[in-house]
Design a protein around this ligand. Structure first.
Ligand SMILES: [Zn+2]
Length: 160
């Protein structure tokens, strides 16, 4: 194998597959994925992409919104599960590696993109609507082991 091909296969190609920014577009929707995690799997990447292009049009239609652009960063340094600011989502690399079937966590975050409320207030209501969206449009909640909690009489709406 020539040195140029070896360089391409062993250095440039793995970097291209794991350490870069890729923009995906479909039907007027755009998703940018920035991956900072060497162990981020292509299978999980595909789940996140498929989920985005499936749930965003449905949530936009339901909530009367037209949010078509989001950026998703796979971050090994983020200690929570996932967080959204505007249309920027940070997904914990460790979380999605440990719970690869829980990719509807991004359905909840995509709901925050659709919400685009000017204030995070009241937070229990914002989070409750995002959980409702995950419940209604999530594609893998059952396999991911996620559901809305059953009613308990000691719960308050502010628990969310
Ligand atoms: Zn949330």
């Amino acid at each position: 194998m020539s040195i140029v091909i070896a360089l391409l296969v062993f250095i440039i190609l793995p970097y291209y597959l794991t350490g870069n920014v890729v923009v995906y577009t479909s039907n007027g929707y755009k998703l940018t994925i920035e991956n900072k995690d060497d162990s981020f799997s292509n299978e999980t990447r595909q789940h996140l992409i498929d989920t985005y292009f499936k749930v965003m049009p449905e949530m936009n239609a339901y909530f009367g919104q037209n949010k078509r652009d989001a950026r998703l960063t796979i971050d090994p340094g983020y200690k929570g599960a996932a967080v959204t600011t505007g249309s920027n989502i940070v997904l914990s690399a460790e979380f999605i590696r440990k719970y690869p079937e829980s990719y509807d966590a991004v359905t909840h975050e995509f709901a925050h993109v659709v919400q685009s409320y000017p204030k995070y207030d009241p937070s229990w209501l914002v989070e409750g609507i995002a959980d409702f969206a995950r419940y209604k449009w999530g594609v893998n909640n059952k396999k991911g082991g996620w559901s809305l909690p059953d009613f308990k009489s000691d719960q308050k709406y502010t628990d969310a």
